[in-house]
Design a protein. Structure first.
Length: 68
């Protein structure tokens, strides 16, 4: 599962599993949140524990794509 500005994804994160979610920007499509993507991210993850944020924002992608 991925999310980019939907706050509903955060409500379902434990049902889906934190290890199965990644943030996306949908850039360069017109409907993307660029150039203010981080504002959307901060709004979506507000109140989410930092360890979960790190997994969804980059650690899961690093693991999936074997970047480290």
């Amino acid at each position: 599962m991925n999310f980019w500005y939907e706050e509903g994804g955060m409500e379902l994160r434990h049902r889906v599993g934190i290890d199965n979610i990644m943030w996306e920007s949908d850039y360069p499509h017109i409907v993307s949140t660029y150039p203010e993507s981080w504002k959307a991210v901060e709004r979506c993850v507000a109140g989410v524990p930092e360890i979960e944020q790190k997994k969804m924002l980059y650690e899961n992608a690093v693991r999936l794509y074997r970047l480290a």
